[in-house]
Design a binder for this molecule. Structure first.
Ligand code: S3P
Length: 429
């Protein structure tokens, strides 16, 4: 395939954009809508490939779902309404779909088979299959349940107490879906706080879940009722324009209706720490997921250290933070981020390799990376490696590169942000 030529050496970005709906919340709106009784109406749904894979899977499970752009209507018939799929369930590139779906299917009285693309086939599933087996679930997969394809024979589950070895909202959410169908109570203990969209949405659908610090409790046998869900803009998508606004000269960008759930706002804290001119106008609408407008201006940045409890709150933003760090004075150290190795790609390797090709001073470490700035990025030929967030980070890197940047596998971006380049072009002054 011929690589795409990206716009480089930009002189300024200005204007307003509303980034598309949050990916994590969009997935969950379809999942909860499908297992609830009655109609669920979703607005500002993200029509990216990952969330469309979730819709396709639930349709195969017998749920009637209408989707037109960013509006979705789900005709839920309750957990009991899900039917044995006649065909395999293909999750495409979506880790959230496969992992959360396992938690739902583990307790349904039928058989199903889950597959995904090349990247999904390499991602670890034992983190979900092992705790689900403690509930009594029967799941098989390649290499003793470690990898997809996975086959699930659903059965009656029993609640467990489980301490998560890794901070993962996907694993926590899968176990909450299992716990909701299990006999008795399920207690999940997180090593660090991770995104809590599942917990918030359970309540939106009339269910009960209790959170006390890092401990989450849920009772089995709950019935959920369809709801109206408005999905805020995805802060993980906004992150690319926050970075672009900070590092492209003469820029000022306003990002409208961005989700500001505190379990996701690590990027804002880090950018403040680095000296970025960010201002936030939160909306006072009392909705389940907080949101607001964010304005960013070109800023002089300085290096920082990112570690510990902050990592799960910005895990998907590390590729773009690495780019920011190349434009910051001094050293930036990212540690405690081994999880990057099991994302859509090994994001320690893909970030370091691709930014090095453009002339950045960046090295990989066992649990993160070290970046020294400020460096002038030259042109070069790079690849997303099929990873949407690497593709978008490289498009922002091109904007400040002096030479031409050619990007292989640009199409990966449609997984989470199909209108990314349209939005980017609308800001070029
Ligand atoms: C997600 C959780 C995170 C994140 C992923 C979406 C979710 O993964 O990286 O993009 O929707 O729950 P982990 O839970 O594996 O950290």
């Amino acid at each position: 395939m011929i690589p795409a030529i990206l716009k480089s050496n930009l002189k300024g970005l200005s204007g307003e954009i509303a980034v598309p709906g949050d990916k994590s919340i969009s997935h969950r709106s379809v999942m909860f809508g499908s297992i609830a009784q009655g109609k669920t109406a979703v607005t500002n749904f993200l029509p990216g490939e990952d969330c469309l894979s979730t819709i396709a899977c639930f349709r195969k499970l017998g749920v009637s779902i209408e989707q037109e752009g960013n509006r979705v209507t789900v005709a839920g018939k309750g957990l009991e309404g899900l039917q044995e799929p006649a065909d395999i369930l293909d999750v495409g590139n979506s880790g959230t779909t496969i992992r959360l779906l396992m938690g739902i299917l583990a307790g349904r009285p039928f058989h199903s088979v889950l597959i995904g693309d090349e990247s999904i086939a390499k991602r670890p599933m034992t983190r979900v299959t092992a705790p689900l087996s403690l509930f009594g679930a029967q799941i098989n997969g390649r290499n003793n349940g470690e990898f997809a394809p996975l086959s699930v024979q659903g059965r009656q589950l029993a609640g467990v107490t489980y301490e998560l070895p890794v901070a993962s909202a996907q694993v926590k959410s899968a176990l909450l879906f299992a716990g909701m169908q299990a006999i008795g109570e399920t207690v999940i203990i997180e090593p660090m706080k991770t995104r809590d969209h599942t917990e918030r949405m359970i309540k939106q659908f009339g269910g009960e879940v209790e959170t006390d610090g890092h401990t989450i409790r849920i009772k089995g046998g709950q019935t959920l009722t369809g709801a109206e869900i408005h999905v805020p803009g995805d802060i993980s998508s906004a992150a690319f324009f926050l970075a672009a606004g900070a590092i492209v000269p003469n820029s000022e960008i306003k990002l409208k209706n961005v989700g500001l759930n505190p379990t996701r706002t690590g990027i804002i804290e880090v950018m403040h720490q680095m000296g970025a001119h960010i201002s936030i106008e939160p909306y006072e609408n009392g909705s389940a997921e907080p949101a607001g407008d964010i304005t960013i201006r070109t800023s002089d940045l300085k290096g920082t250290v990112i570690e510990g409890e902050l990592i799960p709150r910005l895990i998907d933003e590390i590729p773009i933070i690495a780019l920011l760090a190349t434009q910051a004075e001094g050293e930036t150290v990212i540690k405690d981020a081994e999880e990057l190795k099991v994302k859509e790609t090994n994001r320690i390797d893909t970030v370091v390799d691709e930014l090095s090709k453009l002339g950045a001073d960046i090295i990989a470490t066992e649990d993160g990376m070290v970046i020294r700035g400020k460096s002038h990025l030259s042109g070069g030929t790079v690849s997303s490696h099929g990873d949407h967030r690497i593709g978008m980070m490289l498009a922002v890197a091109a904007a400040i590169s002096q030479g031409d940047v050619q990007l292989h596998q640009k199409e990966a971006i449609s997984v989470s942000y199909p209108s990314f380049f349209e939005h980017f072009d609308s800001l070029i002054s």
